[in-house]
Design a protein around this ligand. Structure first.
Ligand SMILES: [Zn+2]
Length: 215
């Protein structure tokens, strides 16, 4: 099994997690809201641009999670353009590295947003939550192309128990070509490393950035 591990929202404590995982040779992807210093929901402090640059230097991939982390599906076209295009330019200028991926804030998207994201990014991710019915595929077994690349579903810890049971019931899931994407937010580092260890031991999982997973 191949797993892409991702982190959303750029919580401060993710810096420690990034260093911990890098020291174990695990490269992941961080989706950063480029214009925020505090989280829009819980007001927790977020990573500074300098810290984001350092995480990039550790070998992790940096993707975009919009500028202000707004619900794009209820924003105007110009607002969406700013969140999608301008935040990419901002981060690329700051890090000097190309950005390939976009994470829809709150997981919301529609066909217009996808069309715009396609112009600037190689892929986009969403999240598997009860209220997002568009997330149909959780497990990929072949090369991921076309529309699937812009609606990549990710498993959050809340849905992992359900997913793990489903996965466990199918021994084929240990196969090399099975791909899934996990998403973490502000979980404790021990929870993240424990989960990854379980996946490694039970499913013989190997870990990648999303860009690497897509090839
Ligand atoms: Zn978010």
């Amino acid at each position: 099994m191949k797993i892409a591990v991702t982190f959303d929202d750029a919580y401060k404590r993710q810096y420690y997690v990034a260093a911990l995982l890098a020291s174990r040779g695990i490269k992941t992807t961080f989706f950063v809201p480029t214009c925020l210093e505090k989280h829009p929901v819980d007001a927790e402090p977020l990573l500074s641009l300098q810290e984001v640059k350092e995480i990039s230097r550790m070998g992790h991939e940096i993707g975009i999670h919009g500028c202000r982390h707004i619900n794009l599906s209820s924003a105007s076209y110009n607002e969406v353009l700013r969140e999608v295009r301008d935040s990419k330019e901002l981060l690329e200028e700051a890090t000097g590295r190309e950005v390939y991926g976009f994470a829809y804030p709150y997981g919301f998207y529609n066909s217009k947003i996808i069309d715009l994201v396609k112009q600037y990014y190689e892929y986009a991710v969403t999240v598997h939550l009860k209220h997002i019915k568009s997330c149909k595929k959780l497990v990929y077994t072949s090369r991921i192309d076309g529309h699937d690349r812009y609606t990549l579903c990710r498993l959050a810890p809340k849905s992992l128990f359900y997913a793990a049971l489903k996965l466990l019931s199918n021994s084929a899931m240990k196969a090399e070509e099975v791909k899934i994407i996990l998403v973490f937010h502000d979980e404790e580092p021990w929870l993240i490393t424990t989960m990854l260890n379980i996946f490694r031991k039970i499913f013989n999982a190997r870990f990648y950035t999303v860009k690497e997973l897509l090839g």
